[in-house]
Design a protein around this ligand. Structure first.
Ligand code: NI
Length: 478
């Protein structure tokens, strides 16, 4: 190759290199521009919130639905709430909604999860809308991208004339003793929760919710509902807790003027016997469930030492093997009650099966204890419904629940069980214990000592109610 041609070749190579460099630089510039444009687009899309706000006629008289739809790349929110003729009602609903909405939008703004859409859906239902009351519920559902989904129900019954939200507590006669009503409701709630996940909710905190600003739902003149939904009166894991009450079952408590204007309550005629109340002097009923068991002999000794009588709600399945214990109980003046044969939730099994659980156990006890008639029954888990009520009545049994739960099955610690029983003891109370746990039996001397020192006498459930228990009725104690 000549020197000249070699030089030309070198120049060509240099030019090629320069051109390559230029191409690379412009490629980088173009790519960065594209990236910037895409990013800007993306950012502006994120902030782009589409919103619609409008009224539509609802299927309810004098109520429009106010619809507030908002969406962006990150969330979708559909909120529908009622707009009534009463400004006070509208204001209250808006105020109740606001914190939930604010929280949702604040959370959506704060965090960004790639591609997952946050959802909010709020809707409502009107249950009753007559000349006296407007009763409705708002359902709040929020799903923040896989985080714990929120599901809440807010509910009210408004006075149509004043627009005021009525409180549950206003349905009771302010001058009467209201404690029985609250105890019954708390028991119903505790039972529901216990049936679902075997947790015990604190009676005091539930009662506080009930007695507070809580309103209620009324679908008609005979029902009263408390659709708490999830996580209000119990843990989220217990699911929806909704109570439906027949006002006639609470005719002796729902006695305020307000209750009379909203509901049609058949007050018992004076000829009908009023349900026996627990005594109010220094007496208590100790009750022992699920036995007789391994520690029952020891318990009978302890009770005798303290001259205490008690009621034993025994399982039919334990009776045949421990007939001697039953006879011993009877000889020492204790009361023997029916706690089913196998301890199932009677509300969840076929009726014939539930009846067999009750009748078989009655027959077994009465076969062991000649001349003894079983008159008290405690449904397993405290679970009952109208059908169980009828079964109990048919078999001549009064349902006995309790007013103090020592939770001795949860805390197998004698000191804790003793403290709990002593701290919550009050005249006329029915205390729940289980004689199948060593710790519960071990707690008894402490309980009997301390309550004895306060002047308490220990009687059977029947004695606590002055031997006036009636078949099919339900008794809780004070
Ligand atoms: Ni039990």
């Amino acid at each position: 190759m000549s020197f000249r041609s070699e030089r030309i070749l070198r120049q060509k190579q240099k030019a090629l290199k320069r051109r390559r460099g230029l191409i690379l630089i412009s490629l980088i510039v173009v790519l960065s521009l594209v990236a910037i444009i895409l990013l800007i687009q993306k950012l502006s899309q994120r902030d782009l919130i589409k919103s619609e706000f409008y009224f539509v006629d609802s299927k309810y008289e004098n109520i429009k639905s106010q619809v507030d739809k908002r969406s962006s790349k990150d969330f979708q929110s559909i909120v529908e709430y009622p707009n009534t003729n009463n400004n006070k009602v509208n204001q209250l609903i808006l105020e109740a909604l606001r914190p939930w909405q604010d929280e949702f939008f604040a959370t959506v703004k704060k965090k960004s999860w790639n591609g997952l859409l946050a959802n909010q859906h709020i809707s409502y239902q009107v249950y009753r809308n007559d000349d006296r009351v407007l009763s409705l519920a708002l359902f709040i559902n929020q799903d923040l991208r896989g985080a714990h989904p929120i599901s809440r129900t807010l509910f009210w019954t408004f006075d149509q004339k004043t627009g005021r939200a009525l409180k549950l507590s206003e349905l009771l006669d302010a001058k009467a003793d209201q404690s029985a009503f609250w105890t019954k409701l708390v028991q119903l709630i505790q039972t529901k929760i216990r049936q679902v996940n075997h947790t015990e909710v604190d009676a005091e905190s539930v009662e506080q919710i009930l007695r507070g600003e809580l309103s209620f739902v009324s679908k008609n003149e005979t029902t009263l509902e408390l659709p708490f939904g999830r996580g209000v009166v119990g843990p989220e894991s217990a699911g929806e807790i909704n109570l439906t009450l027949n006002v006639n079952d609470f005719s002796s408590e729902l006695r305020s003027g307000l209750a009379r204007t909203i509901f049609s309550i058949k007050h018992p005629s004076p000829t009908r016997k009023i349900q026996a109340k627990a005594r109010l002097d220094q007496v208590l009923a100790l009750t022992f469930d699920d036995g007789p068991g391994h520690y029952t002999v020891q318990l009978l000794d302890i009770l005798e030492r303290y001259r205490a009588r008690a009621s034993f709600f025994v399982l039919g399945s334990q009776v045949a093997a421990r007939a001697d214990l039953l006879k011993m109980m009877r000889a020492k003046g204790h009361e023997i009650g029916n706690h089913s044969f196998n301890h199932p939730d009677l509300t969840k099994i076929p009726l014939e099966q539930a009846e067999a659980e009750i009748s078989k156990t009655n027959a077994l006890i009465e076969n062991v204890l000649k001349d003894y008639k079983v008159t008290v029954f405690r449904p397993p888990y405290g679970a009952y419904n109208q059908r169980i009520f009828q079964l109990a009545q048919k078999h001549g049994l009064a349902k006995v629940l309790w007013s103090i739960d020592t939770r001795d099955w949860a805390d197998r610690d004698a000191a804790i069980v003793c403290n709990r029983a002593v701290a919550s003891a009050r005249p006329g109370a029915v205390i729940l214990l289980h004689d199948i746990h060593a710790s519960s039996v071990a707690a008894m001397p402490c309980i009997l000592d301390k309550l004895g020192a306060k002047g308490y006498k220990f009687v059977t459930v029947s004695e606590l109610f002055s031997n006036k228990l009636e078949a099919g009725e339900t008794y809780f104690g004070n």
